[in-house]
Write a protein of this length. Structure first.
Length: 280
């Protein structure tokens, strides 16, 4: 619309000029000399016809209107969407734990088995871990140790993972100690027979050494049993006890049963038994 204003101004100027040229003049007139008989009677007049002027102005305005270009918005097409990059894949030659972070202190998510494959979406270079979308996880990730892994594809540009915070270490509830293991006996016998008056007292002194392996680190001590009865108590970290006693004339075979039990303020372990029937 702004481009048409000058055309209207031109039209107005043309109309004003035409009107001015056709107004009667107030100046005194003088008689013109008679025309020469040889004058050219076809010479054009200096007077402007207002109809002609208006017609020319309208034609000029119409031509300008028809040729005026209406500005249109130019739409520039954007770039085509990028082709998705193909994620590298990973496999292992030994079944490997995949965890919530890059160490054995993190919770186990799954065991990544030989023959499985998964997409790699990140890495943790300091401890040689790969962040993978594990099979069956619907896009969820876990951290796989790279010692047994083979990665196929371009890993340049993979983001470095930031290890999550370690879960708080649970304080174990107090419990009774583990029972001892590897109970063993070693026995020696010394003849203590002697005569009292005319009577011989047949007796032997047995020395039984009982030993075991300590399997706990929280015991207060160990209880030693013989034939189901408490024989002795020893302190923590002790791994043996010696029982010395006399036997008299033995007609029927006899068997002794020794047992060892660990204990603390929160309870006692099961009793580990061993039988002894002969002594050298």
């Amino acid at each position: 619309m702004k481009g048409l204003k000058p055309l209207y101004l031109v039209l107005i100027v043309l109309m004003a000029t035409a009107l001015a040229c056709n107004l009667p003049s107030n100046a005194p007139t003088t008689s013109a000399p008679p025309a020469s008989p040889t004058a050219d009677t076809n010479q054009p007049s200096d007077t402007i016809d207002i109809d002609v002027a208006l017609t020319m102005a309208v034609q000029t305005l119409a031509a300008a209107t028809q040729t005026a270009a209406i500005p249109t918005e130019t739409v520039t097409p954007g770039p085509p969407p990028p082709t998705p990059a193909v994620a590298p894949t990973i496999s292992v030659n030994t079944d490997t734990n995949c965890r919530t972070g890059p160490s054995v202190n993190y919770e186990l998510v799954m065991v990544f088995k030989v023959g499985m494959t998964a997409n790699v979406v990140g890495r943790y270079t300091p401890d040689n871990y790969w962040i993978i979308q594990y099979p069956g996880g619907n896009g969820a990730t876990c951290w796989l140790w790279g010692a047994y892994a083979t990665v196929l594809g371009n890993v340049v540009g993979l983001p470095e993972g930031v290890p999550p915070a370690l879960p708080p270490t649970a304080t174990p509830a107090p419990q009774a100690p583990n029972p001892p293991k590897a109970i063993h006996t070693a026995c020696t016998a010394v003849n203590k027979s002697h005569k009292v008056g005319d009577i011989w007292i047949i007796s032997w002194e047995w020395t039984v050494k009982l030993s075991w392996k300590d399997e706990s680190d929280n015991e207060n001590g160990f209880s030693v049993y013989k034939d189901g009865s408490l024989l002795a108590t020893v302190g923590p970290n002790q791994t043996s006890y010696t029982d010395v006693f006399n036997t008299f004339l033995i007609i029927d075979p006899v068997t002794y049963v020794y047992g060892v039990q660990s204990f603390n303020d929160y309870g006692a372990s099961v009793i580990k038994d061993i039988e002894l029937s002969t002594c050298d």
